[in-house]
Design a protein around this ligand. Structure first.
Ligand code: BES
Ligand code: MG
Ligand code: ZN
Length: 481
């Protein structure tokens, strides 16, 4: 799908179809089509009761005119619009075009800016996503070109790259555990690095143990597919303004291990690698958009399985940074793998670390499934990050790390830390556990994406399945350094 800016007169290109976005009860943009179309459509709205609420849409045929087909989509109340409204409505429009097999169109929005141009492109690419790899009959229709009236070309291009990257992440997360395991995930990382000129180091199970990453090894050793540690590096050509590490939880399947999950909780646990796949996406976007920031992508890939060689409740494991972890529950495995990966990240001495992890069901209990939990040891980093997420439309909500009484719950028992802190505040104690492995002095954000990484239903620019959550906000943050 090509998305290009267009400015000039509509009649110079005489498009066969046009898509118009309108504010609620403010249809002035219709005048761009000319008097005849606009008065016809206005009268039709009077009859149908169309108001232009967000997502409301109508379609008009003009068999005898130059423009044969006009779609109108409501944006909702003008005062309530956010950047994400444009992204959502753009996705909706594209879904409709795809359904109607319209190959080319021109899109007119009553408001346009570089941010909105980017959002429109993102919405279009995200909205055209489908996962049909395992359908024998593939969908073969593709939209060829969308022209966006008065848009900013550079922003359209950036939006397209970001959304294609998010779709790349969605594709990986949607793959089941019999296809993506720690080995094939590592191969995917290598393939990505080779195609984009990133440095890539993969460490096998022997090297993982030699490096002192016993925590990652312990979680992975119950599976017949051994764990891998993946390190990708992007180095800018000129000046380096900052060094950042992005860390992803990469459980290619989480059965719970010996503390096995009941069947209906185990379902969808192929998505427990969503953080890792987001990291691959972030590295892809960074390689294409080339910011002046050195970026390290780090993934602990493992499969959490019950077996004779699985780690057990009561086990005490020495993590890479020397701290001892007691295992209370083998299903709290993500934080155990991240202990080693965050220790490794700290050794690289970056200014900042962001980790993305489908870490706790408790975070979904706290915030619902559409919002990620944000935890940070740096007020400023957190604020900047949240502000960027307002533009990207990825919902984040900060949860506290300063409850010292709660912290005691993971500081119990025979070892330095225990891997669960009980039922209450489960997302927070998990984040506090991670904090034990981040060196003081490094600004760190933990994103618990257990909810928004996966969608049970279609909404906005998402369809049922993997969402690729986190990619756009992290990349935007890096680009604005
Ligand atoms: N991968 C899960 C968390 C999860 C749950 C992600 C639902 C997405 C949807 C994680 O490894 C896990 O099992 N966490 C346990 C922790 C508990 C044993 C302390 C949980 O949340 O129940
Ligand atoms: Mg688990
Ligand atoms: Zn898990």
């Amino acid at each position: 799908m090509d998305i290009k800016a267009f400015s000039g007169k509509l009649r110079d290109i005489s498009p066969k179809s046009v898509v118009l976005f309108v504010y609620k009860e403010d249809f002035r943009i219709l005048s761009k089509l000319g008097r005849r179309y606009s008065s016809f459509i206005r009268k039709a709205f009077d009859l149908s009761g169309f108001k232009g609420k967000e997502g409301e849409s109508e379609k008009f045929f003009f068999p005898d005119q130059k423009i044969k087909l006009v779609y109108v989509f409501g944006l909702g109340e003008r005062k309530k619009l956010s950047t994400d409204t444009f992204r959502r409505v753009s996705a909706l429009a594209v879904k409709k075009l795809k359904k109607d097999k319209v190959e080319e169109t021109i899109l007119l929005s009553p408001r346009i800016s570089s941010l909105i141009s980017q959002a429109l492109a993102e919405g279009a690419v995200l909205g055209s996503y489908s996962f049909d790899r395992y359908k024998s009959k593939k969908e073969d229709f593709e939209i060829k070109e969308i022209l966006v009236y008065n848009a900013d070309q550079k922003s359209l291009e950036k939006g397209k790259i970001l959304a294609e990257t998010q779709n790349y992440t969605r594709d990986l997360v949607n793959q089941p555990g019999n296809v993506i395991n720690p080995l094939t995930l590592a191969q995917e990382a290598k393939k990505l690095a080779d195609s984009l000129d990133l440095e890539c180091k993969i460490y096998n199970e022997k090297e993982i143990q030699e490096m002192g990453m016993n925590a990652l090894w312990s979680v992975g050793k119950g599976s017949s597919t051994p764990p891998r540690f993946i390190h990708l590096i992007y180095k800018p050509e000129g000046e380096i303004r900052e060094k950042i590490a992005v860390v992803g939880k990469g459980l290619t399947f989480d059965s719970g291990g010996l503390n096995i999950k009941p069947g209906d909780y185990m379902r969808t646990m192929k998505m427990d690698k969503a953080g890792a796949c987001a990291v691959l996406g972030i590295m892809r976007a960074v390689a294409l958009l080339k910011p002046s920031v050195e970026v390290h992508g780090l993934i602990g890939a493992a499969e959490n399985m019950p077996s004779g060689s699985a780690y057990r409740p009561d086990d005490i494991i020495k993590a890479k940074n020397g701290k001892y972890i007691e295992i209370d529950n083998t299903d709290a495995e993500g934080r155990v793998t991240l202990a080693d990966v965050l220790s490794y990240a700290s050794e690289l001495k970056p200014r900042r670390i962001v980790d993305l992890a489908t870490l706790t069901g408790a975070c979904m209990v706290a915030l619902g499934e559409y919002t990620a939990g944000l935890f940070t040891n740096s007020k400023n980093f957190g604020e900047v990050f949240k502000k960027i997420a307002k533009d990207t439309g990825e919902r984040l909500w900060e949860l506290p790390l300063d409850d010292e009484r709660l912290r005691r719950k993971i500081k119990k028992g025979p070892a330095d830390v225990v891997n669960t802190g009980g039922r209450y505040g489960g997302a927070i104690t998990a984040a506090m556990f991670l904090e034990e492995f981040v060196d003081k002095g490094i600004e760190w954000i933990h994103l618990d994406i257990a909810g928004p990484a996966w969608s049970k239903e279609d909404y906005g620019y998402y369809i049922q399945g993997a969402t690729g959550f986190g990619v756009r906000t992290c990349v935007e943050y890096i680009l604005r350094r």
